[in-house]
Structures are given as C-alpha cells and as structure tokens.
Write a protein that binds this ligand. Sequence first.
Ligand code: ADP
Length: 174
Amino acid sequence: MTRLIVVHDDITTLEVDAVVNAANPGLLGGGGVDGAVHRAAGRKLLEACRRLGGCDHGDAKITPGFDLPARHVIHAVGPIWRGGVENEDHLLELCYRRSLELAAGNELRSIAFPCISTGAYGFPKRRAAEIAVTEVTSFIDVHPLVLERVVFCCFDQAMAALYRQLLPLAAGGK
Ligand code: ADP
C-alpha cells in the first residue's frame, strides 16, 4: 500500500528518495521551486542538468540530489497555462505520470511533488491539484507495490487544505 501524504513545507528540506522539481525546458534553474532546488543542491546539480540537453513540456528527467537531503531530483517541465486550449491538462498529467515512471524505473520508494505549474506558469490551482491527485492515485492503483510514500508538498496552507480535501474523495472513488 502506498501512503499519500500532504505536507505544508519547503520541498528542499524533505528526506525522500526523489523530490520533483517544477523545472523549465532549459533545465538550468529559474525561480520558485526550481531556484530553491538548485540553491539547496549546489553547483553540481547545474552541471548535471547541462548534460541533459533540456526537456519538453510534459516530460521529466532525473539527476542525483547532490547536497539535498533527497537522493534524486526529478525535473518535470509543466505546461504554461494559456487558458486551457493548448492541451495544458494533458501535459500536466504527463508530468506526474513520467515522474512516477522514472521513480519506479529507478526503484525509488518515496517521492515528493510540488504543485507543478501553479506558480509562474499560472495553472489554476484547484484544477492542477485535481490532476495531481488523479494521476497519482491511478498510478498506484495499477502499481500498488512500487512506491511506499507519495508526498504532496504545498508551499502554502490554502493549497495543503485543497489537497487534504481532494485526497479522501479520490480514495473514496475507487
Ligand atoms: P511553475 O513554473 O511550474 O509554475 P513555480 O516554482 O513557480 O513553478 O511554482 C510551483 C508551485 O511551487 C507554486 O505553488 C509555489 O507556491 C510552490 N513553491 C515555490 N517554492 C517552493 C518550495 N521551496 N517548496 C515547495 N513548493 C514551492
């Protein structure tokens, strides 16, 4: 059984096998979570990211965590919200799915997600949270023994409250 946990925290402090970074296509750092992850992981993360050659929206790539407490960073590039007419929902779904696949493929047992695309990329928060919860719960339905713990790491209380509201609904819908 996979435990789904909501925390109100800075994702760079979490001791998990992988933290997901809400990255941009260049993978060379930026603001928000991305800036925090690169600051906390140190220069070696930037060097590792340079070798990855960028990443498309809706995809994800993995590196070591370097100076982070997390062993790995999964860099997921969310969609930029453009009003919902440019496949944004599907691209956000793919970010969660690809990240979970990378975790499973690398035999990781715990992963923490930030609320991808809900900062600078402007994705509506409730809609993004619903996609996050739906994608994670469907993945663990199909792969119940792969992950021990999935953490939804929220940077503000309101977002954490939203996830806490959505999680029981997802579990009850099974
Ligand atoms: P994006 O460009 O994908 O929108 P952002 O980093 O701008 O990414 O924001 C994504 C979400 O991460 C926002 O909800 C923001 O509040 C949150 N966030 C920012 N810094 C941190 C952090 N250190 N830990 C966890 N969440 C964070």
